[in-house]
Design a binder for this molecule. Structure first.
Ligand SMILES: [Zn+2]
Length: 161
């Protein structure tokens, strides 16, 4: 198996094979191969300059340490892709609330969540999922089973300050 293609290219993301694709196993096997010496650090620590820049500027810090350099420099960056998104196709999701807006405005698009180390340039897909009006169930956040008020209402207010 060729070790190439482990890095995430914002201009050419891999095709997600289903509505939700978890890349945890792929990530683990890359790291195992790295430890075995089957792939070189330079093969996996080659984050695309754009991804690196996004990680630095707007990436969300992850609790985990970088699996390669062990520094607390791991960031999470999300990208959205879809023909429907037109000029927003391939854009970095920022601010995070922008994603909610896209979900309301589009039927279907794909969101890629990538981790990138801004120190050693390690990068890997975490997951890809389909989102949009047709998939408003989406990655479920705060869903409650058996809620008495239907659970359909959005929390319409937000406390300031
Ligand atoms: Zn690192």
């Amino acid at each position: 198996m060729a070790p190439s293609g482990t890095s995430f290219d914002p201009a050419d993301p891999p095709r997600a094979s289903g509505p939700v694709v978890d890349y945890t196993l792929a990530r683990r096997s890359v790291l195992a191969a790295l430890r075995r010496g089957a792939v070189a650090t330079t093969d996996v620590c080659d984050a695309h300059p754009e991804l690196l820049r996004a990680g630095r500027n707007i990436g969300e810090p992850l609790d985990e340490r970088c699996p390669v350099c062990s520094h607390e420099t791991l960031r999470k960056v999300s990208y959205v892709y879809g023909e429907e998104l037109k000029r927003n196709n391939g854009r970095v999701v920022y601010p995070p609330e922008w994603l909610d807006e896209l979900v309301r405005e589009h039927d279907q698009f794909t969101c890629y969540v990538v981790e990138v180390c801004i120190d050693c340039s390690w990068n890997h897909l975490i997951r890809a999922y389909t989102a949009g009006r047709l998939f408003s169930g989406g990655p479920v956040v705060g869903r409650r089973e058996g809620s008495t008020n239907g659970g359909r209402r959005q929390p319409g207010h937000r406390e300031q300050g």
